[in-house]
Design a protein around this ligand. Sequence first.
Ligand code: NAD
Ligand code: MG
Length: 398
Amino acid sequence: RENGLPKGVVVLGATGSIGTSTLDVISRHPELYRVHALTAHSSREALLQQCLKHRPDVAVIDSAEDAGWMAARLQEAGVATEMHHGQRALEEVAGASEADVVMAAIVGAAGLLPTLAAVRAGKRVLLANKEALVMSGNLFMRAVEKSGATLLPIDSEHNAIFQCLPGHHRGGLVHHGVTQLLLTASGGPFRGYDREHLATVTPDQACAHPNWSMGRKISVDSATLMNKGLELIEACWLFDARPDQIQVVVHPQSVIHSMVAYSDGSVLAQLGNPDMRTPIAYGLSWPDRIDSGVETLDLFAVARLDFEPADERAFPCLRLAREAMACGGVQPAVLNAANEVAVAAFLDGHIGFNDIPALVEQVREGVTEGGAETLEAVLEADRHARCLARAWLERKNG
Ligand code: NAD
Ligand code: MG
């Protein structure tokens, strides 16, 4: 804030992996940030504990019952946090006048409307919820332009690319001598597996990521490489890049978070320990820097950096995402919706790991081309794709 008061922060998806890390960074800087609002879907005990600790003005949870339960506990504790519930309340806190910064850390399509509300209100939007941008790319970026919102990428790869680009990269990458964006990928827990081996992996194995500790949905996406596919689409929108300007590089140590190649032969990289508090702190403080609680990288402990191409035969999701982006229109929204249904079914033990790309590919083929110019068109494509995906699951499992 210009007046020297702490900035008001809204954390959408506060109880998740990104939300918790965000509160950790914020609590290190009470003179710079205060929590205006915290939201969660159903984890009322976790949200209650966060409210007792951070004392936000407002908290939002999905159901009226959970909101009532929390209001009673807060009153007993003498904490003045106001409880709200439901989808509309999420959009309201995202656009509230007390909010300077909105961390968009809801997982999946559920984050689209609240994230868009923050964008439309012209906030500094810290974007972790990549699915929102993947679904509505063109519309989303036009809304940013129109409102003058400051969109800062929190996904570690995009945050790294942002750090390696010149200050004002709008107006095309080529204009700045950028030849390629090098999107690094850890390869996930199943790097090196063939399809036969992948057919037998379990949800718990998929969620045991070698380098990052994350929510279960994104952990499965990392294991299928759909996460990298979604990130490829995300990078196209954020940096106004074409899919062929983005090269995926498997880098198992997850120490380089991504790179930018320039026409003079320079390749700039951002390195650090794999801890989301670094990109979160950068999003909060940009263009300044603040302490994030992350230790400086010990290069001697890292010792070596390896690189290899992605295995798109064993992990077709990367190709499916690239194709969806090339098709354009509602295809990325369809890809995302089909993937969300597939991942949930895999986590629930209803389908195998290789069924995830199979389901996504089937659903994509079943949806005709369509423009994604309006929010209604995007939401309709999302609904339609989920219907087709559920029908596929029913056919498969009887
Ligand atoms: P998570 O599952 O740990 O947390 C999700 C949060 O969203 C929770 O607070 C939950 O209550 C809330 N939520 C879930 N469903 C909701 C709904 N229907 N309505 C409202 N709120 C809902 O997820 P995460 O790992 O923190 O990831 C959050 C987002 O950040 C995802 O889009 C993910 O792709 C992205 N991201 C995460 C990481 C990471 O390291 N975890 C890294 C990069 C990007
Ligand atoms: Mg990432």
